[in-house]
Design a binder for this molecule. Sequence first.
Ligand SMILES: O=C1O[C@H](COP(=O)(O)O)[C@@H](O)[C@H](O)[C@H]1O
Length: 241
Amino acid sequence: MKRPEPAARALDNAQRFTRADRAASALATRISEIITYGARARGRASLLVPGGRTPIPLFDALCGLDVPWQQVYVGLTDERRVPPEDRQSNARLIREHLLRDRAAAAHFPLLYHDAVGDRAVEAACGAALGLLPRPFDAVVVGMGDDGHIASLFPGDAALARGLDPATEAPCVLTRAADPPYERLSLTLATLLSSRWVALLINGSAKWAALETAIERQDAQASPVYALLNQRQVAVNVFYAP
Ligand SMILES: O=C1O[C@H](COP(=O)(O)O)[C@@H](O)[C@H](O)[C@H]1O
C-alpha cells in the first residue's frame, strides 16, 4: 500500500539523534527560540507539553534556558483525573521537572478541576485552556507504544470525539487501561491549533509503532496516524532509540 502524504513526509523528515538527551537538548533549544519569538512578537507565548517519562530530559534541559518565562503560559496535552499533588498527576510532573529554575516564572493553568460530573470536568479543562494564547506557539506531543497520543487511546469510547476534526470541544474525558485512570485529553483539533508541533519519541518500539500506524492508515487503531496524516500543521518528529 502506498504510504500516505503527509504522514510519510513527517517520518522521512524526522530528526534522529543517537541519544535521548541529545534529542531533548535540540528540542529544548528549538522550543526556547519559538516561545521567545512569540513572547516578543505578541506579548505572551504558549507551550503545551505531554506527561509520561519521555519528556523528562526535555523539561530538565528547557527549564534553565534564557526565555522570558513570565510571559509564557505552559499547558498539558493531557492529564489524569487526579488532584495535582497525586503521584500520577502530569501537573505534578511538570511542576517537579519543568516549572523550576528560570521556568518557575511561567504561568501554568491546571486542566484538572474537582468538578462534579463528566461534562463539568471537560468544561473546566476547556476554561483552563482558554487562558493560553491561541494559536499555541508550540505543542509537544508524546506517544505510547500503542500509538496513543495525549490521552486519546485506541479502542476508547471517546476516541471518535477526540479525533473529530470538526469538534469544538477542547477536551474529552477518556479512560486508559494501564494505569486504569480516567484522563482528560485535549482533542486533536485543539492540539493542532498551533503554530508549531513536535512529536517526541524515544525507543525502537515507538518508532516501530509509528511505522505500523502509517502502514495501517487507521487512526482508530493508532491515533498517532491522525496527528501525522493531516495538512493543517507540519509535525516535527524528534526521535532517539
Ligand atoms: O500517559 C501518558 O503516556 C504518553 C506516553 O508516555 P511515555 O511515558 O511513554 O513517554 C504521554 O505522551 C502522555 O502525555 C501521558 O499522559
